[in-house]
Design a protein around this ligand. Structure first.
Ligand code: ADP
Length: 266
């Protein structure tokens, strides 16, 4: 029987290269009259048997603040993932390119977009595991959408997956993730606090002049990222709430969304 998610090769037209990612090249493409981004997967980079199962779960996740996974090609090599096309690229580059020109309204809007998408993932019991500005993309209409949700589980490069190693995203990780790899929606909330910090610092790298070891040590002493110059007090308060040591003391994304009415009055 024909799998409804499996890409028919005749329907997929591949175009120019957009960049290269964790798993392989990312190409522009067309699929069923839609502009798409196609992630090709180099075999040695991904545990693909497990991924084939999970791709079905990921395709069922659908929300206007998530970069939609439309279809996959798993039956021939290389494997491909077909995503919604995002004209304005990744959020961290977008922020850096607009340094000094972002309004308060625009920055708040970005944080709200991400919190909406994350509230949906949370309610779907789906943990992102690598939320950061570099893993969000910006649409033609300047909406921010969340990308790469759950994908780190399939990365085979242990430099990336072990918290002891160089490529692990320590700067975005909650203490319980660094110590015990204990991921949860509450560890995503911690990362969301860091993402807000990135937005209000116009794409700066968190703790940019410090080593990973240094970062871990200051976190364990209870030190946190400083208030960004452009962040209103209410936003800074939300960030520090996201960075509570104990996961249960942090807000959920649903609670953060409820703060929205109050934030919009800023
Ligand atoms: P990975 O997260 O697997 O390392 P990325 O998502 O960073 O790979 O992809 C590499 C580059 O490809 C990005 O910097 C971005 O410019 C481009 N890209 C990825 N996904 C899309 C998309 N959905 N729409 C447009 N460009 C994309």
């Amino acid at each position: 029987s024909k799998d409804q998610w499996e890409v028919d090769p005749e329907e997929l037209i591949l175009g120019q290269e957009l960049g290269s990612g964790q798993f392989g090249l990312v190409l522009e493409g067309r699929w069923r009259d839609k502009k798409v981004a196609v992630k090709t997967i180099r075999e040695e980079c991904m545990s693909d048997e497990e991924f084939k199962e999970e791709a079905r779960v990921m395709m069922r996740l659908s929300h206007c603040k998530l970069v939609q996974l439309y279809a996959v090609r798993t039956q021939c090599s290389p494997m491909c993932l077909v995503f919604e096309f995002m004209d304005n690229g990744c959020l961290s580059d977008y922020l850096r390119a607009r340094k000094g020109r972002l309004s308060q309204e625009a920055m708040l809007g970005m944080c709200l977009d991400v919190s909406e998408g994350m509230a949906y993932l949370e309610s779907s019991n789906f943990i992102h595991r690598d939320l950061a500005a570099r893993n969000c993309l910006v649409s033609k209409k300047n909406e921010v959408k969340i990308s790469d949700f759950g994908m780190t589980r399939f990365v085979l490069d242990d430099q990336y997956t072990s918290s002891q190693c160089s490529k692990f995203p320590i700067r975005w990780s909650a203490p319980e993730v660094i110590k015990y790899c204990k991921f949860s929606s509450k560890s995503d909330v911690w990362s969301f606090g860091v993402l807000m910090w990135e937005v209000y610092n116009e794409g700066r790298i968190p703790y940019e002049n410090r080593s990973n070891v240094d970062v871990v040590e200051s976190l364990s002493k209870g030190l946190r990222l400083l208030k960004p110059r452009l962040a209103p007090d209410a936003i800074h308060k939300l960030m520090t709430w996201c960075w509570k040591e104990k996961p249960e003391d942090r807000p959920s994304f649903v609670v953060l969304l409820h703060e929205r009415a109050f934030l919009s009055d800023l």
